[in-house]
Structures are given as C-alpha cells and as structure tokens.
Design a protein around this ligand. Structure first.
Ligand SMILES: C[S@@+](CC[C@H](N)C(=O)[O-])C[C@H]1O[C@@H](n2cnc3c(N)ncnc32)[C@H](O)[C@@H]1O
Length: 222
C-alpha cells in the first residue's frame, strides 16, 4: 500500500494519501486527539490485509474495528468486501465518519457503519450477542498507557465468540503494554504474524482459548 503526505498549499486541509489496489485513499487528520492521527500500526495491519487477502478473505464477513481513529483499517477492510462496523469514542466519530464515507462511497459492496463504542460494559448493550456476531475483530494501536486497559480486555472478551478471529497490531512503548499481552494470553490463544522491531510493532492473530468448535474458515483451522 503506497503512502504519500500531501501538505496543504492554499486551503486548511492537509491529508495523508494511500493507494490501495490502484485506488487513492485520503485520510484527514487533526492534531488534538489520539484518535485523529493515523498511527503506523494501522498501516501495518492494512498492509497485512491487502497482501494476505486470499488467506484472510474478508469478503462478506462481519468485521468490527475497535478504536478505529482516522479509519484507514475500516476503509481498507470495506474495500476488501467486508461488512464493517467501525467504532471509537464519541469525540473521534466526526472525523472518522468523514474519512470513512469519503473513501468508501461508491467503492464498496457494503457501506461501513460508524458508531460509538466506549470500551467496557457498554459493549453488551450496543452489540448484544443475540443479534451481533463478528468473524473478525480488528484493532491497531489500541493498547497504550490509558486507564481503560481492563475495559479493553473485557470488550475483546465479550465480542470474541468461538468463530471470531482477532487481528491486532500492537505498538510497544511501555511496561503496561507487555503486561496487557501477558494477561491477554490467559484468555486468548495468541500468535505472532509480524515482528517489526524498527517500529516496535507486532501483528498478532488471536482466538478464544476455550473455543469449543473447530472451523475451516480462513486460516483458523488449528
Ligand atoms: C493510538 S489511537 C489508534 C487509532 C487507529 N487505530 C490507528 O492505528 O491509527 C487509539 C484509539 O483508541 C481509541 N480509544 C482510546 N480509549 C478508548 C476507550 N476507552 N474506548 C474506545 N476507544 C478508545 C482512541 O480514541 C483512538 O482512536
């Protein structure tokens, strides 16, 4: 996935440009919030999805993205044919919705849904298991030194059902991140797909440890 930065010469809008399957993606950033900046982990996850599209076939799959930020992962997943629910905190949704709609309109089979999800107990009301089930949970750079790491863990736990695969790009910065990974391994089987030391980023796939059934979908036959 090619990437260029386009500074604004006249108008107020500078943007990051990506090329995905010959299609240009424009991402608008803002500097005031974590979620309004595009982080390198998102590009790593998008690169993986683009270059492994046969093995991890997102076409017609139900996908949820946690902490979608500026929306690149949601956009690329939608272009790959997924039915994406893109979530983040309320303050981030305006910019996220703008980027997602601008880049997916008329280019994707399914229109992505952009909606609020604050990690923690809210997830049960917003995505009850009786009516929602996801084939994939995607997350890029959602683990850092914020006070909601337990809520994030519980959100993964609630959304991840027996046939759900988590694809998670993780940027390592401080100790809390390492201990999150250790605690994550108690609930989920975790496998490293990429290790990029120069970026301090790892890409993982994960699924429930206590999963009852085997599946032949994608690469999940264990
Ligand atoms: C470092 S940014 C990563 C954004 C995007 N995934 C990327 O890689 O460019 C972390 C994201 O997690 C979201 N986030 C942080 N705390 C959250 C919470 N308690 N509930 C939901 N989202 C949260 C932020 O709003 C932000 O979009």
């Amino acid at each position: 996935m090619a990437h260029r930065f386009h500074p604004s010469v006249i108008g107020p809008e500078a943007w990051e440009g990506y090329t995905f399957s010959d299609q240009e993606i424009r991402i608008k950033e803002s500097t005031d919030l974590y979620g309004a900046v595009l982080w390198p982990s998102a590009m790593v996850l998008c690169h993986f999805l683009e270059t492994n599209r046969d093995r991890y076939n997102l076409a017609d799959k139900n996908v949820i993205e946690l902490g979608a930020g500026t929306g690149l992962v949601t956009i690329v997943s939608s272009m790959l044919g997924a039915k994406v629910t893109s979530t983040d905190l309320p303050d981030v949704l305006g910019n996220l919705r703008y980027n997602v709609m601008r880049n997916t309109r008329d280019h994707c089979k399914y229109t992505p849904v952009v909606t609020e999800l604050t990690w923690g107990p809210d997830v049960k009301q917003r995505f009850p298991r009786a009516t929602h089930s996801f084939d994939y949970i995607l997350a890029a750079d959602v683990v850092y030194s914020h006070p909601y790491l337990q809520e994030l863990m519980d959100t993964f736990d609630f959304l991840c059902q027996d046939n759900t695969l988590i694809l998670w790009a993780m940027r390592f910065r401080l100790d809390p991140e390492n201990s999150f990974v250790d605690r994550f391994k108690v609930r989920f089987h975790l496998e490293e797909l990429y290790d990029l030391p120069s970026l301090s980023i790892k890409l993982y796939r994960a699924w429930r440890r206590d999963k009852k059934t085997q599946t032949t979908t994608d690469d999940r036959c264990l």
